[in-house]
Design a protein around this ligand. Structure first.
Ligand SMILES: Nc1nc2c(c(=O)[nH]1)N[C@H]1C(S)=C(S)[C@@H](COP(=O)(O)OP(=O)(O)OC[C@H]3O[C@@H](n4cnc5c(=O)[nH]c(N)nc54)[C@H](O)[C@@H]3O)O[C@H]1N2
Ligand SMILES: Nc1nc2c(c(=O)[nH]1)N[C@H]1C(S)=C(S)[C@@H](COP(=O)(O)OP(=O)(O)OC[C@H]3O[C@@H](n4cnc5c(=O)[nH]c(N)nc54)[C@H](O)[C@@H]3O)O[C@H]1N2
Ligand SMILES: [Mo]
Length: 639
């Protein structure tokens, strides 16, 4: 048996360094490496991956023949794909070819390199709006770059505010740092409509979903009115504060209490803590931002630490690096900017748009909004669907051509985190299963067959080498290869890369981007008769992966009794878009009345939870609004 190191490549902020035990060509065991962030422990997903990576694998290229798949060779698969692409370009133009990808493998090469061939073809690409992009931009409007607190800052924090994040599931190492903080006496506030493991450790504010904007305004207003600000800090590092103050004055606290369901008294307490307990870290979950005004809420939330004088006292997404990944994705080969919002892809496909779609690192048949539309559209006869995946995902099962991908144990990668500041190098520890190939290999071979210039199919590690050499945060690829884990040099916390060089309470860049310089308040609409559908992650699965069978729909005890249903009963769930699914009930006392919950990307008894999620988008960056989905639930009687 040998013990090797692998960098976890899952879509997760922790981006862990793992120790894996290999014997007779198989990975048997995984544990967290001794590392400043991973700290010798791994999450439930990593621990069970040695069992899972062998199962349900796509082992060979497969071509659909009617309802069946037949095994073909890589040469046949690539020749077929290349000839389809050539044909479509000739008959309809490159815009009819679409790629769709996300962070199924979040390694720098796996994520970006495959885009190269599509850029060189001037095919249609996607804007990555499905996760946190809107929130990233929201912070940049006021702070320049979006980096905030790092794990080291968590270690020093006297107060944590965990705002819309279920840490014991979505980031177990951040959770551990918060637990350690609480043990040493740091204060913890958790803002979440649901009761969660982390909310049990501190003061819990059960805000009504989607009203966080107003809660943040309430807290900020109290800080201003009660003189709890750090005026010196604001004068020295802030820009446009008088206008922000005026903006806050326009809101009424008792109305905020009504809208958010949070007593003014509680807002006063947390405001007082923000003032007294410094430094603090406000951990803002991606989930908080997945609502119609999520990114706008983020603008107000992340400005709170600035009011009390903490430099970048928030964490949302630290992936702000000077890595020129456009070199990897070959943006320079492209002659246009032809992209569509990935949240619209299902709708566009359903309308008959596009002739070929190439999907990797994503499972939109379960994770896109209105996934029913997406699944139906993939069955179109005039659409050639190519899916490159490690497993027989729901999307792969609907493809015309299925290509086998290597797992994180079987490929070399360089992995960066969106939370911590370490860059990891990962080497394959076992041979690829079956004929599986890394993402870069497939698209590189495709580029060759399409007779694209040699530069398009350059060696991925060499291109990555150029990217890292250009960066000021790391010396070069060799440093990462030799050290396995390298601490990146981020700019100082008190540097603000806005046009004024300050924290812009009044954003000078927002206007030029078509956004309001001050955060835009959510419209208040009546929710009569509708239940709020929230979806989020569970510790043992990543998004739609590793799920077995169907998930139940969780109902609060109040809603369950109103509907006269109990555990195991069936209910019909209808969305505000008119889609219908059937689900088993799970009564869940962690939910407030009016909120139903299901695990994201899961299948229900009939249909999938994402068949019910809204296609509405945010103003900022066209970001998703998964957590603004509304449903009606009815008991299902049969017989
Ligand atoms: N185990 C595991 N870890 C993961 C993932 C996974 O699928 N599984 N996915 C990864 C990815 S892709 C992402 S983007 C992150 C997401 O990580 P997080 O942003 O932490 O998301 P969730 O774990 O889904 O937890 C979301 C919490 O937000 C709450 N919430 C929902 N709506 C609102 C609201 O309007 N206001 C407030 N205050 N709270 C709200 C929910 O009740 C829930 O408890 O996690 C990453 N880590
Ligand atoms: N209802 C609801 N829907 C949501 C969300 C929500 O909160 N609620 N969250 C959204 C968010 S934040 C995100 S990030 C998305 C995630 O949605 P997706 O991006 O679709 O993520 P996964 O479901 O994890 O699917 C990733 C796929 O990549 C495959 N894969 C893994 N490694 C590799 C590899 O090396 N190569 C290739 N080719 N494939 C690989 C996996 O097997 C899996 O099938 O879901 C979004 N959808
Ligand atoms: Mo995500």
């Amino acid at each position: 048996m040998t013990v090797s190191t692998v960098a976890c490549q899952r879509d997760c902020p922790d981006a862990c360094l793992l120790e894996v035990e290999v014997s007779s060509g198989w990975v048997f065991n995984v544990r967290g490496a001794q590392h400043p962030v991973t700290r010798g422990f791994a999450c439930a997903k990593a621990l069970k991956f040695p069992q899972l990576y062998r199962k349900n694998r796509v082992l060979y290229p497969h071509l659909r023949e009617g309802d069946e798949f037949v095994r073909i060779s890589w040469d046949e698969a690539l020749d077929l794909l290349a000839s389809k692409i050539k044909e479509i370009i000739e008959d309809y133009g490159p815009q009819e070819i679409l790629y769709y990808n996300y962070a199924g493998n979040s390694g720098l090469i796996s994520y970006s390199y495959p885009v190269r061939v599509f850029n060189a073809l001037n095919a249609t690409g996607v804007e990555h709006t499905i996760c946190d992009e809107a929130g990233e931009v929201a912070i940049e409007l006021h702070y320049g770059r979006r980096y905030g607190a790092f794990p080291e800052d968590f270690e020093k924090a006297r107060m944590f505010v965990v705002w819309g994040a279920n840490l014991s599931s979505s980031s177990v190492h951040a959770y551990r740092l918060v637990v350690d903080g609480v043990r040493r006496g740091s204060k913890l506030w958790v803002i979440d409509p649901r009761r969660t493991k982390v909310s049990r450790l501190g003061r819990h504010i059960r805000v009504k979903p989607g009203t966080d904007f107003y809660l943040a305004v309430g807290i900020s207003k109290i800080l201003v009115e009660e003189g709890l600000l750090n005026r010196e800090f604001i004068d020295r590092f802030g820009h446009g504060f008088p206008k922000y103050k005026e903006f806050l004055e326009g809101f009424d606290l008792s109305r905020i209490e009504e809208v958010t369901g949070v007593p003014v008294k509680m807002m006063e307490e947390i405001a007082q803590d923000y003032h007294e307990l410094k430094p603090s870290v406000t951990y803002v979950g991606v989930a908080l931002q997945k609502s119609l005004y999520g990114a706008e809420a983020l603008r107000v939330i992340t400005l709170i630490p600035a009011l009390v004088g903490v430099h970048r006292g928030f964490y949302f997404c630290n992936s702000s690096r000077d890595f020129d990944t456009s070199l990897l994705s070959g943006l320079h080969f492209r002659k246009n900017d032809r992209r569509v919002n990935m949240l619209d892809v299902g709708t566009l496909l359903a309308r008959g748009k596009f002739r070929l779609i190439y999907i990797w690192g994503a499972n939109p048949a379960l994770t896109a909004p209105r996934s029913d539309l997406f699944r139906n559209a993939l069955r179109r006869k005039d659409l050639f669907v190519v899916v490159h995946d490690v497993f027989w995902s729901e999307t792969a099962k609907l493809a015309d051509l299925v290509l086998p991908a290597t797992s994180m144990f079987e490929q070399d990668e360089v992995v960066a985190s969106w939370w911590h500041d370490y860059l990891h190098y990962s080497k394959a520890v076992v041979n690829p299963l079956g004929e599986s190939k890394p993402n870069w290999w497939v698209t590189r071979e495709l580029a060759k067959r399409l007779n694209l210039p040699e530069e398009v199919w350059a060696d991925p590690m060499e291109v990555l080498g150029q990217v890292l050499r250009k960066s000021s945060m790391v010396s070069d690829l060799n440093e990462v290869k030799n050290k396995v884990s390298v601490k990146l040099k981020y700019p100082p916390k008190d540097q603000y890369q806005t046009p004024t060089g300050r924290i812009e309470f009044y954003s000078t860049v927002a206007e030029s981007m078509g956004y309001t310089p001050l955060p835009k308040p959510p419209e208040l609409v009546s929710e009569d008769g509708w239940l709020h559908l929230l979806t989020s992650s569970l510790p043992e699965s990543t998004s739609s992966q590793d799920l077995k069978g169907e998930s139940p729909l969780h109902l609060s005890p109040e809603d369950a009794s109103r509907l006269g249903v109990k555990d195991g009963d069936l209910v019909i769930v209808k969305s505000d878009e008119g889609t219908v699914a059937l689900a088993e009930v799970k009564v869940d006392d962690s939910l407030p009345e009016g909120v139903v919950w299901a695990r994201r990307g899961s299948r229900l008894k009939l249909g999938a939870v994402n068949d019910l999620t809204t296609r509405k988008k945010q103003l900022i960056k066209g970001g998703n609004a998964f957590n603004s989905s509304k449903v009606k639930v009815m008991p299902f009687y049969c017989g």
